[in-house]
Design a protein around this ligand. Structure first.
Ligand code: UD1
Length: 353
């Protein structure tokens, strides 16, 4: 079995770190293709080095662009790569433009596509990611779902064949790398603040960065908090900083590596984010989350108030930080069998010839 796994953006590197390992342990010949969607060292190379991800077979060097421009250039380069490498299957992750480009090219070349993190829905088609998910699921032969909710979304769209509840590969990654993070990236090496005395924030979604009113409200809310707010900043958001006042308690940092992010997340009093993956990682590491979006795909996280979805409203954000949940942090995404999610996926991919 020869497969091409296509990655391009930060969260995909983390998912590929655990799935590639499982695939290669089963003897699958995997070519990892990096579209180059993320290209700065601190957005890409650091993940490969730190997580021991096999070097990509090719980096297509696509870089940034409008949605159509970026996706089209990825498609042209992927077509050439698939013609050369002749994979029997193509594996795609998540919901980025790299995911969509690879799924479209493979489907047109009659190469079966398998989708890791299938079935997620925000029901907001103004998000580019929602469009990418819907099309990719539709084109995929295997839909590997992280949660039962995701399976149900596909069923409600009439899709049951090829749908597998595998659990969440991000939970695998958190489990595999949290211990390494504690050793290699201790809190003291990352910040002068003590565990539990700071908030950790990330903001990068177009729905927040491209609307100055929303971005200002988010920064105002950070400024109203009674603790330091560490903000590792995505380059997209950095270009928007001229639109906002940065409050004194906000510490803007360069993007941090995955291990550093795990340490900061585990040490934070709470996480404020518009990321998808960080909502889950926070909970798995025992930290509550406040989501700076109007909806979440990860509805399991909201149980017991551990993740509060509050949008970009200043007062709602500040009130959510005050509201500390009682009870146990929900753990979800472990899948339905004794296998880890990555082992489950690699068994199905390897066994499909
Ligand atoms: C992409 C995904 C998003 C995912 C995120 C993870 C899409 C539509 N969006 O968003 O779902 O949550 O990755 O981080 O695919 N830039 C740099 N250096 C880089 C990469 C980007 O400076 O290495 C800047 C460029 O100005 C670029 C902008 O960030 O235009 C946005 O990058 P892009 O890859 O288009 O989308 P993300 O916002 O990263």
């Amino acid at each position: 079995m020869t497969i091409c796994s296509v990655v391009g953006a930060r969260p995909q590197f983390v998912k590929a770190a655990v799935v590639s390992h499982a695939l290669r342990s089963r003897g699958v010949r995997e070519y990892l293709l990096h579209t180059g969607q993320h290209y700065d060292d601190d957005m890409s190379a650091v993940f490969f080095d730190e997580l021991g991800i096999p070097a990509p077979e090719r980096n297509l060097g696509i870089g940034s662009g409008s949605h159509a421009d970026q996706t089209a250039r990825m498609m042209m380069a992927l077509e050439i790569a698939f013609l050369d490498l002749r994979p029997e299957r193509v594996l795609v992750y998540g919901d980025t433009n790299s995911t969509l480009a690879a799924a479209l090219v493979a489907a047109k070349m009659h190469i079966p596509v398998d989708h890791v993190e299938a079935g997620l829905r925000s029901f907001n088609r103004r998000m580019p990611e929602e469009v990418n998910r819907i099309v990719t699921d539709r084109l995929s032969e295997f839909c590997f779902c992280p949660t039962q909710t995701a399976v149900e979304h596909l069923a409600s769209e009439g899709r049951t064949e090829g749908v597998h509840l595998t659990g969440d590969v991000m939970l695998d990654a958190t489990r595999v790398f949290a211990e390494r993070a504690a050793l290699r990236r201790p809190l003291i090496s990352l910040t002068r603040h003590e565990a539990g005395s700071f908030a950790l924030a990330t903001v990068h979604r177009a729905e927040n960065t491209d609307h100055p009113g929303r971005l200002s409200a988010i920064f105002d809310a950070f400024g109203s908090l009674d603790m330091p707010v560490l903000l590792p900043l995505h380059p997209r958001t950095r270009t928007r900083l001229a639109d906002v006042d940065i409050p004194d308690n906000v510490e803007v940092m360069a993007p941090v590596s995955y291990l550093a992010m795990l340490t900061l997340t585990a040490g934070a009093a709470c996480v404020l984010t518009d990321s998808g993956g960080l909502q889950k990682e926070a909970l798995w590491l025992g930290t509550r989350c406040i989501t700076l979006r109007d909806e979440t795909e990860w509805t399991e996280t909201t149980q017991g108030g551990w993740n509060q979805v509050v949008g970009a409203d200043r007062k709602a954000i500040a009130a959510a930080v005050e509201r500390v949940p009682a009870g146990l942090v929900p753990v979800f995404g472990a899948g339905s069998t004794d296998e880890t999610p990555s082992e489950h996926i690699s068994r199905l991919v390897a066994g499909s010839d």
